[in-house]
Design a protein. Structure first.
Length: 134
């Protein structure tokens, strides 16, 4: 989504992040952390957006409901969240940053920062779970 929303001048910077993206562990349970980081970045620009705050609350609820040893219904709920509400929340966050930046340069900088924060959140959520023995 970030790649589709930034200008051509900044795409080489995204290429430098590709290695980090590939190295992220494939952990479907990291979705709430990724969504939360993206929404936090968007909320920093537009704190009054009720839709973003609603998406943020939902991501927090989803993160809190995760259990150490998920059953089939738990795994299905995570899959549904990732492919439905999480994707929608990310699209809203990217749209808010894209549409409400003062300039193209500010938009691109904010979107790259959002992506970097989401990557850090994904790494942190995986690390936190492994430390907790999950």
């Amino acid at each position: 989504m970030v790649n589709d929303s930034i200008g051509g001048d900044v795409r080489p910077e995204l290429a430098s992040l590709a290695t980090g993206l590939v190295q992220l562990p494939r952990n479907p349970r990291a979705a709430p952390a990724i969504v939360g980081a993206a929404l936090d970045a968007a909320l920093n620009l537009r704190p009054g957006r009720k839709d973003l705050r609603r998406h943020r609350r939902r991501s927090l609820r989803h993160a809190a409901s995760q259990v150490p040893h998920p059953t089939l219904p738990d795994r299905l709920r995570c899959t549904f969240y990732r492919h439905g509400p999480a994707r929608h929340a990310l699209a809203c966050a990217v749209y808010v940053v894209s549409a409400h930046s003062d300039s193209e340069s500010a938009r691109d900088t904010a979107l790259v920062a959002m992506l970097e924060q989401a990557m850090a959140a994904a790494r942190g959520s995986v690390r936190a779970r492994s430390l907790a023995g999950v």
